[in-house]
Every structure is written in structure tokens, then in C-alpha cells.
Design a protein around this ligand. Structure first.
Ligand code: DX5
Ligand code: ZN
Length: 219
């Protein structure tokens, strides 16, 4: 059983002091930082890009778990790698050639993740599972924090877990969107070993980040 890791999404952080917020997350027990990159095209929202990621890297030694909700994505992979992304997660719908994009991320010696939107079936990625380090299962439609968890994606995690065991593969299963103290246990039982959370970590218990991370980990 893999150790459960918490990857707080800084989309819910105070954007006027992201460096300080990241330092706070590290002190409060985060395992990595989930950076939601949005381009206003793949998703109807716009956040941050390589220059901000490069600047934020100075705030912490933690891994940057970069979730690219951008399309086209292939031609920008180098920029995020150069900016300091440690895990580069892309959406199959955002590239013309998923195999080529996966190989490019691997060539850059970064961990490669593939993200499935709620309505995307795991069939899309089965043939790549032996090449990737992480599957990111979206439990909300990408674009915004604070949305309601979609429990129907749990069956996808269970199916993925089964295939992982059959094929004796070791990729991480990360779940992202609407994770809270009630549903995190079912997500872990389904097979997720990395929990992304923004709203629950930054807003619950009067913003007591340490308590919120501990509560998610303790489930
Ligand atoms: C949504 C992002 C998620 C989101 C999670 O497109 O990929 O990472 O920020 O935030 P919460 O935990 O608030 O749903
Ligand atoms: Zn995300």
C-alpha cells in the first residue's frame, strides 16, 4: 500500500502572496505543491505560467506537481520543464500525439502524468500505463476550485487499480477536485494515493492548513 500524499492546490491560495503560502504549506506537512496551470482556452479560466512557477521554485524544496490544463500542450512542455516542474501532467485531449508528448516529458527527465476529465474513459490511456508515473483522475470538470466532488469517478479509480495490479505497474493515482474530509476516505479506498485539495486545505477550520492536511492524511 503506497503512502498517502497530499498535494495542496495553490489555486485556492492567496495569489497576492503565493511564495509565503507555499512556505506555509511546506511547514504544515504538504508532500508536494499542486500547480494548476490554465490557459483560458482548454478551460474557461486563466492562472499562472512558467515565469511565476520559476519564481515560486525559490520558495520551497518541495516537488512541483504541475497540472497543465492548456492546449495545445506539446510545444509548451519545455517551458514548464525549464521553469522547474517536477511532475508534468497533461490532458490527452490537449495533444495531437499523446505518445510523443509523454516521450518528450520523459526525455526531459521529468515525471509524466496523464489527467482524465470526469467523462473521459480510462481506455484512452491503458496502452500508455507502462510509460507514465501518475494518472490524475479529475473528480470535477477542470477550470475552477471549490466545485462539488463527482463520486462517479471512483469506479474509474477502482478499474485503474485493478489493471495496475494485473500488469504489476507502479504509477501513482492522484485524485483532483472537491476532495474533503468526508470523501477522501472513499477516494483512498478506491485506490488513490495522492490527494489534491485546494478549498478544503485553505478554507476549512478557519484556514488551519496544518490541521486540514493532518485530517486528510489521517483518513
Ligand atoms: C481544477 C483543478 C483542481 C482544483 C482543486 O481544475 O485542477 O486542482 O484546484 O481545488 P478544490 O480542492 O477546491 O476542488
Ligand atoms: Zn489540478
Amino acid at each position: 500500500m503506497k503512502k498517502i500524499k497530499i498535494s495542496p492546490s495553490i489555486l485556492s491560495a492567496d495569489f497576492s502572496q503565493l511564495g509565503e503560502e507555499i512556505k506555509r504549506l511546506e511547514k504544515c506537512g504538504a508532500d508536494m505543491i499542486h500547480v494548476d496551470v490554465m490557459d483560458g482556452h482548454f478551460v474557461p479560466n486563466l492562472t499562472i505560467g512558467p515565469p511565476v512557477i520559476k519564481a515560486l521554485k525559490k520558495s520551497t524544496s518541495m516537488l512541483f506537481d504541475v497540472h497543465l490544463m492548456i492546449s495545445p500542450v506539446h510545444k509548451y512542455i519545455d517551458d514548464y520543464s525549464d521553469a522547474g516542474a517536477d511532475i508534468i501532467t497533461i490532458h490527452p485531449e490537449a495533444t495531437d500525439d499523446l505518445d510523443l508528448s509523454i516521450s518528450k516529458i520523459k526525455r526531459l527527465k521529468k515525471k509524466v502524468g496523464v489527467s482524465l476529465n470526469p467523462e473521459t474513459k480510462i481506455d484512452v490511456i491503458i496502452k500508455y500505463l507502462d510509460k507514465i508515473d501518475l494518472v490524475l483522475i479529475m473528480s470535477v470538470n477542470p477550470g475552477f476550485g471549490g466545485q462539488k466532488f463527482m463520486p462517479e469517478v471512483l469506479s474509474k479509480i477502482k478499474d485503474l487499480k485493478k489493471i495496475q495490479e494485473e500488469k504489476k505497474l507502479d504509477f501513482d493515482i492522484e485524485i483532483d477536485g472537491g476532495i474533503n474530509f468526508e470523501n477522501c476516505k472513499t477516494a483512498i479506498e478506491a485506490g488513490a494515493n495522492i490527494l489534491v485539495s485546494g478549498t478544503t486545505i485553505f478554507k476549512s477550520n478557519n484556514g488551519d492548513i496544518k490541521k486540514n492536511i493532518e485530517l486528510l492524511k489521517s483518513k
